[in-house]
Ligand binder design. Structure first.
Ligand SMILES: Nc1ncnc2c1ncn2[C@@H]1O[C@H](COP(=O)(O)OP(=O)(O)OP(=O)(O)O)[C@@H](O)[C@H]1O
Ligand SMILES: [Mg+2]
Length: 407
């Protein structure tokens, strides 16, 4: 699957653009503040209907304009689909092949992307909620059943917290509380099981990508930290070895939620911890354990990358994570092949050797890559590389043709 072309109108600083991408490498070059990230953001919006850097829809609309339009043609073998997003101050409209889509997921499942942007450093440095958001997005891309489970969990959590705050005592109150707790535990355990599976899969891929891109002498690891585990060493409740091998969530794009030993163990662990902290939660008015309080640790040779990793190592950790994601998503993409990789200024802060290693990794990737750089001269591109080059200046995108032709 790849994005063949896009049309933009009044998107950020881009007045109008029509861009024909190459199915393989695409390099967008430009000085600071010209519109490179805006261009990547537009492709990401066509993929997820969201941005990787702004939550305010109004931000996307070119200043002094009424609204913006984005259109993308996605190709998958002989199949061609048109995705469109129009944004006005009043709202957002999504269409697939010119038909309005009602469910957000019908749109977001068509063009799969993985983005690496400078803000992703926050996955290492930021608060647990950012890591949860990251895992949420990954689970959403991995398993069709995930979004529904997560929605139901969030609703149960909201209702339960609201009820906790009323501090009732009556039998009716207790009955209601029992019902919400039951929902919270059922959906919470499933959400957590999905997330834990995602971490396990990513951990396997990360080891390889980190060795290749960053440092073959060091071991990078991800470890899920369940809020019910009760210790800072983390890890979810132990699961039997045979369960670890027979993983029913392993096949991607499952419609059904995981219902296995891990889910049951998580439910029990959360339930136990909830009753242990019953007094505490009545006072605080919020549910203290569940997937909304879980986290994952990022380790380099067993030490927290957040505390001990250098700035460059942290960036390489996240880059390796994103490259690992490509393999996870590519494996189960219903035959759609690997996702499109969007790399925003990936080479900044990396030494020449790491840039070269990353490029080498990307050459073996085989999918579509769209990357931005302030200077193509910084990228050690092999002469045989198949790709296209674009230049952006003050929001105007110029197609410089195929790479070999312009060398
Ligand atoms: N809604 C908007 N309307 C018009 N211009 C905007 C809007 N939002 C952002 N811009 C402008 O777009 C310009 C380009 O932003 P972008 O982030 O794409 O730059 P860039 O080429 O990635 O630069 P850098 O190399 O510094 O990352 C910025 O100067 C910014 O002020
Ligand atoms: Mg930028």
């Amino acid at each position: 699957m790849y994005i063949d072309r896009i049309y933009l109108q009044n998107f950020r600083n881009i007045h109008r653009a029509e861009i024909n991408f190459f199915p393989y490498f695409n390099i967008i070059e430009g000085k600071n503040g010209q519109g490179k990230t805006n261009l990547l953001e537009s492709v990401y919006l066509l993929s997820t209907a969201r941005s990787f850097r702004s939550r305010e829809r109004g931000d996307f609309i070119r200043w002094e304009s009424e609204g913006c339009e984005l259109k993308g043609i996605v190709r998958e073998g002989a199949l061609e689909r048109e995705l469109a997003v129009s944004i006005s101050p009043g709202g957002r409209r999504l269409t697939v092949n010119r038909n309005p889509v009602r469910r957000f997921s019908d749109f977001a499942w068509i063009l799969q992307t993985v983005v690496f942007s400078p803000d992703d450093l926050l996955i290492v440095k930021g608060s647990p909620s950012l890591r949860r958001r990251y895992l949420d997005q990954l689970c959403f891309q991995l398993w069709r059943g995930y979004a529904g489970e997560a929605q139901k969990f969030n609703a149960a959590l909201r209702h339960r917290n609201a009820l906790l705050k009323t501090r009732g005592q009556s039998p009716a109150w207790r009955e209601q509380m029992r019902a919400w707790t039951d929902q919270l535990l059922s959906y919470g355990a499933r959400v957590s099981a999905y997330r834990q599976r995602a971490v396990e899969r990513l951990d396997r891929e990360l080891d390889r990508s980190f060795r290749l891109v960053a440092d073959e002498t060091k071991r990078a690891r991800l470890v899920y930290r369940c809020s019910a585990a009760g210790d800072t060493q983390g890890g979810a409740p132990a699961q039997a070895p045979e369960q670890a091998q027979k993983n029913p969530v392993e096949g991607a794009h499952l419609e059904t939620p995981p219902d296995d030993g891990l889910t049951r163990a998580l439910r029990e662990a959360y339930a136990e911890e909830l009753s242990r902290r019953a007094d505490h939660e009545r006072l605080s008015g919020s549910t203290p354990v569940g997937p909304h309080r879980d986290d994952f640790a990022m380790l380099i040779d067993g030490r927290e990358a957040q505390r001990f990793g250098s700035q460059g190592q942290q960036r390489l950790f996240v880059l390796s994570l994103k490259l690992g994601e490509l393999s996870c998503l590519g494996d189960g993409n219903d035959g759609g092949g690997p996702p499109v990789l969007l790399l925003d200024d990936f080479s900044s802060e990396l030494d020449a050797e790491r840039i070269e290693r990353s490029i080498e990794y990307l050459l073996g990737f085989g999918g579509q890559v769209i990357l931005t750089t302030t200077s193509i001269a910084r990228l050690p591109l092999p002469p045989s590389l198949r790709g296209k080059r674009f230049r952006v200046e003050q929001g105007v995108v110029e197609d410089l043709g195929e790479l070999r032709a312009c060398k």
